[in-house]
Design a protein around this ligand. Sequence first.
Ligand code: SF4
Length: 375
Amino acid sequence: MSSIYLHIPFCKQACHYCDFHFSTLQKTYRPVMDAMLQELSLRANYLEDKKISSIYFGGGTPSLLQEKELRSFIDTIYQTFDVAADAEITLESNPDDLSAASLKLFKRANINRLSIGTQSFFDAELKLMNRSHNAEEAKASIMRAQDVGFENLTIDLIFGMPGGDEKTWRTNVETAIGLQIPHLSAYSLTVETKTALAKMVHNGEIILPPEDVVLAQYKLLCALTKEAGFAHYELSNYGKPGFESRHNTSYWNGTPYLGIGPSAHSFNGQTRQWNIANNTKYSTYLNAKKDWWESEELDEKERFNEFVMTGLRTAKGISLNVIDERFGNQRVDQLVQDAQAKLECAKLILEDDVLKIPEKHWMLSDAIIAELFWV
Ligand code: SF4
């Protein structure tokens, strides 16, 4: 099994915290769309003959796609690749794009999972982050998507907002749960360099909450979602049974994926490849058949570190038997030795052959995982 990711690098406006690749200018829209269609055909053999179990339109803002482009992408994928009959096909969207007409269009185009970039149900927080929608649109878009028949839908929320207290965060999570969504992704606000948010924090216009407040919000989120029947199956992801994201799970399992579009990454099991993060260069290079990507071969050490890093952020953890099969028993011995101190203070647990981080320590998982790397 494998998956396909399409990066749609256009947004209406720039959210203050965002460091993804996107443009708010439409002048490269046509050439980029044409180049992406071409790239799908040119890279038809990248995944060899593996069946495609998930397709993901991310960005940027894929809900800005016009019907013609969306249909062309989907038709080309079905004509070029062997797509499983029950493939998960996700489209990321912004609430202000989700009119009844566009939702019906997405449904007709075979989109069967909708990811709605809600982020907050409070106007003040949305404004602070320069989101293009308001709280009312966020709620209305979710209900409209459900009315149109999108049963499999997920929303994103952000915690650790400047000025956001426990009460606000509780309302955000309870509103999401009350809207009967089957999946939720929640991220703590991260200040990425070169973003408007970084500048505002640097200038003192925005003061971020202290770490203990962020941690308390995370714990509240874990408790509320658990009570509502969600499984916390990965650091930032919560799903009702049967609604876990197949696409993201395949990344964490090390399944090969093909990334199409500017800045998109691909992985074929051995080599990682990333497309140029520039719309004009991407389409020009691709048309001229000049390399529009860079790549690196992953050595054993990098593959091991990646396996540990992604696996330990999931509820499933990592299997020592699998490590033995893939990397040899010396690596298992070294890992158990490196894990000893954290096992003693219960920041790691070993059950049968599975090494895991308990849920309450997932927020600190980076530091724990770093001690287990093969260096
Ligand atoms: S809509 Fe998404 S991709 Fe676009 S700027 Fe906002 S967060 Fe970034």
